[in-house]
Design a protein around this ligand. Structure first.
Ligand SMILES: Nc1ncnc2c1ncn2[C@@H]1O[C@H](COP(=O)(O)OP(=O)(O)OP(=O)(O)O)[C@@H](O)[C@H]1O
Length: 468
C-alpha cells in the first residue's frame, strides 16, 4: 500500500523539509525516476475520420487500424535525486508529452515509469492521486494556470487542501512562508493574480507547486513566456529552491541558453526519441549527435560574421505519424552515412547525398543533364553502380527539362507533358532514396551507443551510427 502523505507533511515545521527527515529512501545522486521504453501515441485528432486510415484495396475501405501520432516512442532514461535534467528539442518533438506522461497526466501507451521503485504506469487512479503530492508540474503560461477569481493565498493553499494537509491556520502560515521563499511579499497573500507581473505569477505557481512538499517537479518551459531580463531571476530562484527543498527537476525548454543555465545533465529529443544525453558541459562542449550539433549551431551569436558561417537544418521535421526508420534524424542529417555496398569516396557521397535531397525537395530548376552534373558533381559522377543510378536519375530530370522547355509555352504544371514531368521527379526521387538513403545503416538500424566523455566521467549516450 502506498505510504500516506498527509501525516508526513503535517510534521513540517518550517516551510522546507524537517531537518534530518527525508520523504524518500532515495539518496542524493541515486535514481529517483527510471523511465524505460516509454511510448505515448495519440489517435489523430482532426478530420471526420480522425484516427482511422483508409485502405481502398479492401471493402469496406476504412478501419484498418488507427493512424497514430507517435509523440513519444520508446524513450528510456533516469533522473537522479537532487539533479536538474534538462530536456531540449524543437517544438513538436514530444517534450511536453513526455513530461505529462511521466506524471500520468496522460496515459502511457507502453513502458514503465518507476518513481522511487513504484511503477506509475500501472498505478490506479487513487494511488496516482496520492503520488501527486510528490510530483508536481509547472507550466509555461503563468497567467493561464492561475484562476483570476482566487487570491494568491488561496491558490497556493489549494493543493494542500486537496491532499488534506494541515488545518486552515497551518495552510495560511505555510502559504505566506512560501510567498517569501519564492521572492514575493507575504503581505500579497490577499491579492489577485492580475496584480502581479508575469515573472511574479510564475513565482506564485512555484509556491503552489511546492506547497505539498514534492520531491520531483516537471517544469515545462517555465520561463519561455517571460522577458529575457526576468528569466535569469526566476531561474536563480528555482535553483535556490531546489537546494533548500531537496528538489529534483525535469526541466523542459527549447531554448539552449536556458537549459545551459539550469541543467546538470541534458537530454536532447528529436521526433519522439532521445538522441543524446550527457552531463551539461560534455553535451555543450563535446556534442556527438548531428542533431545536437545543429541545435547548438543555431544558437544566435552576437558576432554577425560568425552567424553567416553557421549552417541551418535542411528540410522539414517528418510527420510523427510515420517517422523514418532507424535514426529519426536521418532524413535531414548532414552526416547521413554512405551505404557500404557502393564504396563511395567521402566527396562522392557528399555530392550524391546533396543531389538526392535536392531532387527530393525539387530544389532546383530542371535543366540539361550536363549542367546538373556540373552543379552537383563538379562534372564527374561517382563510378560503378552508384554512378549508374545517379545518371539514370539525372536523365529522368533532364529529359523533363527538355520536354517542358521544348513545348509551346505551356507551363509544366498545366500541360499534359507536365504530368509526365511530375512523374519523372517522383521516379527519380524514389530511385535515389531506395538506392542510397534506404540502404544506409542509418535507415536500417536504430542507433544507441555510449561514447567516451571528453569532460568529466559521466555517461555520454549518443544515438548516432557514426559511433558504431
Ligand atoms: N492530444 C494530442 N493529440 C494528438 N496529437 C498530439 C496531442 N498532443 C500532442 N500531439 C502531437 O504530439 C507531438 C509532440 O507534441 P508535444 O507538445 O509533446 O511537443 P513539444 O516538444 O512539447 O512541443 P512544444 O514545445 O511546441 O509544446 C506533436 O506532433 C503534437 O502535434
Amino acid at each position: 500500500m502506498p505510504a500516506p502523505t498527509a501525516p508526513e507533511v503535517t510534521a513540517v515545521s518550517d516551510v522546507g523539509r524537517v531537518t534530518g527527515e527525508t520523504a524518500t529512501d532515495v539518496d542524493e545522486g541515486e535514481s529517483l525516476l527510471e523511465v524505460d521504453g516509454l511510448k505515448k501515441y495519440f489517435a489523430q485528432e482532426s478530420g471526420l475520420l480522425s484516427g482511422v486510415s483508409i485502405d481502398t484495396s479492401q471493402f469496406p475501405p476504412i478501419d484498418v487500424g488507427q493512424e497514430r501520432v507517435k509523440a513519444v516512442d520508446d524513450v528510456s532514461f533516469e533522473v537522479r535525486r537532487g539533479e536538474t535534467l534538462g530536456l531540449v528539442g524543437e517544438s513538436g518533438c514530444g517534450k511536453s508529452t513526455l513530461g505529462r506522461t511521466i506524471l500520468r497526466l496522460l496515459e502511457p501507451t507502453d513502458g514503465t515509469i518507476a518513481f522511487k521503485g513504484d511503477d506509475l504506469a500501472t498505478l490506479s487512479g487513487e494511488a496516482i492521486r496520492e503520488k501527486r503530492s510528490e510530483m508536481q508540474m509547472i507550466f509555461q503560461d503563468p497567467q493561464a494556470s492561475l484562476d483570476p477569481r482566487m487570491t494568491v493565498g488561496r491558490i497556493i493553499e489549494e493543493p494542500m487542501r486537496a491532499h488534506g494537509m494541515l488545518d486552515d491556520e497551518g495552510r495560511e502560515a505555510r502559504a505566506k512562508e512560501l510567498l517569501e521563499k519564492v521572492g514575493l511579499d507575504p503581505h500579497h497573500y490577499e491579492r489577485h493574480p492580475h496584480a502581479f507581473s508575469g515573472g511574479q505569477r510564475q513565482r506564485v505557481n512555484l509556491a503552489r507547486a511546492l506547497s505539498v512538499d514534492p520531491d520531483f517537479v516537471v517544469c515545462d518551459e517555465p520561463v519561455s513566456a517571460l522577458d529575457v531580463s526576468i528569466q535569469a531571476q526566476v531561474l536563480n530562484t528555482m535553483d535556490q529552491l531546489q537546494d533548500e527543498f531537496g528538489l529534483t527537476y525535469l526541466f523542459i525548454a527549447h531554448d539552449l541558453s536556458v537549459i545551459r543555465h539550469i541543467s546538470d545533465r541534458v537530454a536532447v529529443m528529436y521526433l519522439g526519441n532521445i538522441v543524446e544525453l550527457a552531463d551539461k558541459e560534455e553535451l555543450f562542449e563535446n556534442p556527438q549527435h548531428p542533431y545536437t550539433e545543429a541545435l547548438l549551431e543555431s544558437i544566435p551569436v552576437p558576432d554577425p560574421r560568425k552567424r553567416n558561417a553557421r549552417g541551418v537544418l535542411e528540410g522539414e521535421v517528418p510527420s510523427p505519424v510515420n517517422p523514418p526508420s532507424g535514426c529519426r534524424f536521418r532524413t535531414r542529417c548532414p552526416k547521413l552515412i554512405a551505404p557500404e555496398r557502393y564504396e563511395l569516396t567521402e566527396e562522392e557521397w557528399a555530392h550524391t547525398r546533396a543531389f538526392m535531397r535536392a531532387v527530393k525537395r525539387r530544389g532546383f530548376e530542371p535543366t540539361a543533364a550536363a549542367d546538373l552534373e556540373r552543379e552537383f558533381f563538379d562534372g564527374e559522377l561517382p563510378g560503378g553502380e552508384a554512378g549508374e543510378i545517379v545518371a539514370e536519375a539525372l536523365e529522368l530530370i533532364a529529359t523533363d527539362s527538355e520536354r517542358s522547355a521544348g513545348g509551346n509555352g505551356a507551363s509544366a504544371e498545366s500541360s499534359a507533358d507536365g504530368e509526365g514531368a511530375a512523374v519523372d521527379w517522383e521516379t527519380a526521387t524514389e530511385r535515389l532514396l531506395e538506392a542510397f538513403a534506404e540502404q544506409s545503416i542509418c535507415a536500417r538500424e536504430r542507433p544507441a551507443y555510449e561514447v567516451d566523455p571528453a569532460y568529466g566521467s559521466g555517461t555520454h549516450y549518443a544515438a548516432c551510427h557514426r559511433h558504431r
